[in-house]
Design a protein around this ligand. Structure first.
Ligand code: DGJ
Length: 689
């Protein structure tokens, strides 16, 4: 809901639980008024007439109060917008007009030929913000154009939560006290990165289920930056957008425009759990395509076969996968070009006829005949120097003239900003998806930008932004042409997870770390912002082959993966008949609880910190608890799990134990899990009776 004061200078957006208000002064300064619990328009108007503090000459009255601080004038805080023309730098805008419909507010400003429009849209309790810049004057350079600056209320002792990591260790939650100055997270790698998810949360004293939490998440899959500033007067501002530094994002010629990605913000007073549930509901309703559809149980061949693949061997895996109830069979790397190792083949998206003599169609048909969908792996933005594509077009990669072309995993990054590269990829992928009945594409990205040059281009800097725009455009075009194909975002595991890619893909590969214990921490972090509906999780072999050799039971591996979109990634040809039979039972159980996991409300009952941890999903009259015990020490009793989201006056039946529980007892005294020893796990379904 959007309300506007009679003078047309105070705007109030409200969701079911929260409000956001801004005010334009007589001098056209756009000030932040409120972000927090719901307030009335009269409250916003009262805030608008509160005088600004009286400042001494060395302080700015605007710092920490503006909605979108531009560079120049009486400001010392980090600018969200930095513009350079041939004559000068900075912005001095005048307000022009506002437009409003339902939940979308546009505030239009102008500085000479540059039209600057700030967008606000309330969706549930998430405020989406972004900016459009239309250059109607002579050419100018956008040194920096952030999506938004968020202002938090005056409080003491802010705490910053973030998701940090690296390859095979993504999305791990950490919190620290904010001190004066700035904390910067981001990626200067050309993709979202494994190192940080573009999300932060700030609180002062929130717990999992209580207290105020402010969160911000950016929808951009290239380099990015979020700066959290603790200003001298106890105010905190969070500024974020595309690009890592301020050295130049784009040059806007006369008539050109730039639209920033969306930076979404959420206030919740339901603690970290309440905030996560609000983020999840928002993404399921507004971000994730077809979120109401269940994601199928998939099998992925990577850990089973790596590069050594053949049609017959994939057929054998497919038979076993179908027998345990898998619904989607995905052939990973190794099916194309000369791709027998990571040294060759990327760029040549035609089937390797030594391995698939009649193309992919016979295998796809076979997989379909087994009752499964068929999926395929690609890594379109990359090329191996040892490929037909690179031999034909060595200038299609990002490179600096006269410098070494840095290789990671023996590959270079294609310059997707080039139209000929965009067209080549469209033709190759469109032909691939037309050549066989393919239902699913796992889209990988296995190295960062290093030599992001573009010889011959007057403003090569633009390739950073244009690469992401081209990626989005290619995905959009492929989705439009092949509406029944689902896409997975992968980047060596979780190197490309953000709201931007999630609006164009159906699920994401969470991490190359498939160790079921490590995964609990990764999933715990991931769930802070993103829902289980997109969080792919495979059951792989024991001992773990990829990372640590850890031995774990099939039970523990399945219950760990069942907290997201279940997949199987082990070498099923080496699983015993007993293991396959047990796997079939777990897959069947997952299909029963899938509506709760993929579409329900998540409650994190206990975090994975060594002992007992658990999550609970609730939907309507049903709930499911997934519990894991890492290690039991000194024979200490394992605590009962106090459940959430149940009706205290109702009774619940648990088919796993045959017990009937009262909702009040489960909420207050908890559920006894019976877990013991090391790496134990269990699932408990609860149905209201
Ligand atoms: C990295 C991915 O994360 C893996 O799952 C697998 O697809 C390999 N790439 C294949 O090269």
């Amino acid at each position: 809901m959007l309300e506007i004061a009679d003078n047309g200078r105070t705007w109030l957006l409200s969701g079911p639980a929260s409000s956001y208000a801004v005010h334009l002064t007589e001098d056209d300064e756009l000030l932040h008024l409120h972000w927090g619990p719901r307030i009335a328009l009269a409250d916003a108007e009262a805030l608008a007439v509160r005088p600004l503090p009286d400042y001494r000459p060395f302080e700015s009255p605007l710092d920490g109060r503006e909605e979108y601080p531009v560079e120049g004038g009486p400001r010392f805080a980090r600018p969200a917008l930095s513009v350079r023309t041939g004559e000068r730098r900075g912005t001095e805008w005048r307000f022009e007009t506002y437009e409003a419909d339902d939940d979308h507010l546009r505030l239009a400003f102008r500085d000479g030929g540059l039209a600057i429009t700030l967008h606000y849209r309330m969706r549930h309790d998430v405020v989406e913000r972004w900016v459009t810049l239309d250059n109607e004057g002579s050419a100018l350079e956008l040194l920096r154009a952030d999506s938004a600056t968020w202002t938090l209320p005056e409080r003491e002792e802010w705490r910053l939560s973030q998701l940090h990591g690296r390859w095979a260790a993504e999305s791990r939650l950490t919190a620290s006290q904010l001190t004066y100055g700035e904390k910067i997270i981001g990626s200067r790698r050309g993709h979202t990165g494994h190192q940080h998810l573009p999300w932060v949360a700030l609180d002062t004293d929130a717990t999992e289920e209580r207290g105020e939490v402010y969160g911000c998440a950016l929808g951009w899959s290239g380099s990015w930056r979020i700066a959290v500033a603790q200003l001298p007067d106890a105010r905190v501002q969070i500024t974020g957008g595309a690009g890592y530094d301020d050295s130049g994002l784009l040059r806007l010629e006369s008539g050109e425009s730039y639209t920033t990605p969306v930076f979404a913000g959420l206030w919740s007073d339901g603690g970290f759990g309440g905030a996560s549930r609000a983020w999840h509901a928002y993404q399921r309703a507004y971000v994730i395509p077809d979120a109401e559809q269940d994601r199928p149980v998939l099998f992925n061949s990577w850990e089973a076969t790596e590069f050594d693949i053949s049609e017959e061997q994939q057929g054998t895996l497919a038979r076993r996968a179908a027998a345990i109830g898998v619904e989607l069979f995905v052939v990973d790397d190794g099916w194309f070009g000369k791709r027998t190792s990571d040294r060759a083949g990327l760029g040549d998206w035609t089937v390797n006829r030594d391995r698939f003599p009649n193309g992919l169609k016979p295998l796809a048909d076979y997989v379909h005949a087994l009752g499964m969908q068929f999926g395929i792996w690609v890594e379109p933005e990359m090329v191996n120097p040892d490929s037909e594509l690179y031999r034909a077009h060595p200038d299609w990669v990002q490179f600096q003239p006269g410098r070494k072309r840095t290789e990671f995993r023996n590959q270079l990054v294609l310059n997707l900003a080039r139209e000929d590269v965009q067209e080549y990829l469209w033709e190759q992928l469109h032909a691939l998806l037309s050549s066989a009945p393919i239902d699913y594409v796992k889209w990988d990205f296995n190295r960062c930008f290093t030599d992001a040059g573009w010889p011959g281009e007057p403003y090569p800097q633009r390739l950073w932004v244009d690469h992401v725009r081209a990626l989005y455009a290619l995905l959009d075009r492929l989705r439009a042409a092949h509406p029944n194909v689902a896409f997975e975002s992968c980047s060596g595991g979780g190197g490309r997870i953000d709201l931007g890619i999630m609006s164009r893909t159906d699920q994401v590969w969470t991490s190359d770390n498939t160790d079921p214990l490590d995964r609990l921490a990764i999933q715990h972090g991931f769930s802070q912002v993103h829902p289980a509906r997109v969080m792919a999780a495979w059951v792989t072999d024991s001992p773990n082959t990829q990372l640590n050799g850890r031995v774990s039971s099939l039970r523990f591996r399945f219950v760990s993966s069942m907290a997201g979109v279940l997949g199987v990634g082990g070498d099923l040809t080496r699983w015993t008949e007993e293991e396959l039979a047990e796997a079939g039972q777990w897959v069947a159980l997952y299909k029963e609880i899938r509506p709760l996991v993929q579409h329900g409300d998540l409650y994190r009952l206990r975090p994975p910190r060594g002992g007992l941890s658990a999550v609970q999903y609730v939907r309507g009259d049903e709930a499911v608890v997934l519990a894991w015990l890492q290690a039991q020490s000194h024979g200490e009793p394992v605590p009962a799990l106090r459940l959430r989201g149940l009706d205290p006056t109702a009774s619940y039946e648990c088919p796993e134990t045959g017990e009937i529980h009262s909702g009040a007892v489960l909420l207050h005294h908890g559920l006894r899990t019976g877990l013991r020893g090391d790496l134990d796990a269990a699932v408990f379904r609860l149905r209201r009776i």
